[in-house]
Design a protein around this ligand. Structure first.
Ligand code: BGC
Length: 261
């Protein structure tokens, strides 16, 4: 537990399921004020609020689409009105789908870029505005992917969006460091979440992914939430502009394991 997260206000987008949900519950255990943004997974929200409150945190849920400017503004306003100010913004909402690139439609391309990259941009911009207005030395955490670095055939739109998040994070870190606002990125690898539900339910596909992870297993959402808690806390006070890879070593060229090459 990081003592300085107690009473801090944290917004998490796409927080009703997967990594977002694990982060919301983790910040609840840190006794933070958690603003749960969601679009899908509505049925999870009430039990999450109860769990956060039982852990000594406070929570409010705001339904909204991260690609909609008015919704994002409303999300920030809710955090300010309810809890006073915004300390930590986590841009987590994301989507993916598989399609060979020569068949990728413009609509599909635009939709993935819109949620993953434009949504994160709106979250960054509105959070930073709020922090600047109130003189908050806040933290922004973007959730990218190992695919900000690893090319991913059939996921051209997804990988492109995550590469964009990397440079957006670095640029904002540089721009707002003088104000004491830290902007960092977490790149999860293969994590046990609904986005991967079908793939990991198939034993063969699961084993193929596990073989690409030097630590040998599919990560749990809580292992990403732990990275987010550290980046949000003052334990990471000298860290800005990084990508923290939480991927079991997936980005360390696993095919070279055993001295091959
Ligand atoms: C994707 C997963 C994938 C993992 C590793 C993540 O960004 O969401 O579907 O398994 O990267 O390739």
């Amino acid at each position: 537990m990081y003592n300085d997260l107690q009473g801090a206000t944290v917004i998490i987008t796409g927080a009703a399921t997967g990594i977002g949900r694990a982060m919301a519950l983790r910040f609840g255990r840190e006794q933070a004020n958690v603003v749960i943004n969601y679009l899908g997974g509505e049925q999870n929200v009430e039990p999450m609020i109860r769990e956060i409150e039982a852990a000594g945190g406070r929570a409010v849920a705001v339904k909204g689409d991260v690609t909609n400017e008015a919704d994002v503004k409303q999300l920030i306003r809710t955090a300010e009105d309810r809890f006073g100010s915004l300390d930590v913004m986590i841009n987590n909402a994301g989507i993916e789908n598989e399609v060979p690139s020569e068949e990728l439609t413009l609509d599909n391309w635009k939709r993935v870029l819109d949620v993953n990259l434009n949504g994160a941009f709106l979250g960054c911009r509105e959070a930073i505005r709020s922090m600047l207005e109130r003189g908050v030395k806040g933290r922004v955490i973007n959730i990218s992917s190992v695919h900000e670095k690893i090319p991913w055939p059939h996921f051209l739109h997804y990988a492109t969006s995550k590469g964009g998040i990397k440079l957006m994070t670095e640029t904002l870190a540089l721009e707002f460091a003088p104000k004491g606002i830290r902007v960092n990125n977490i790149a999860p690898g293969a994590i046990e979440t609904p986005i991967n539900g079908a793939k990991f339910a198939d034993p063969e596909a699961r084993a193929a992914v596990e073989a690409m992870v030097p630590l040998g297993y599919i990560g749990q959402p809580e292992e990403i939430a732990a990275a987010a808690a550290w980046l949000a806390s003052s334990e990471s006070s000298y860290v800005t502009g990084i990508t923290l890879f939480a991927d079991g070593g997936m980005t360390q060229y696993p095919s070279f394991q055993g001295g091959k090459g």
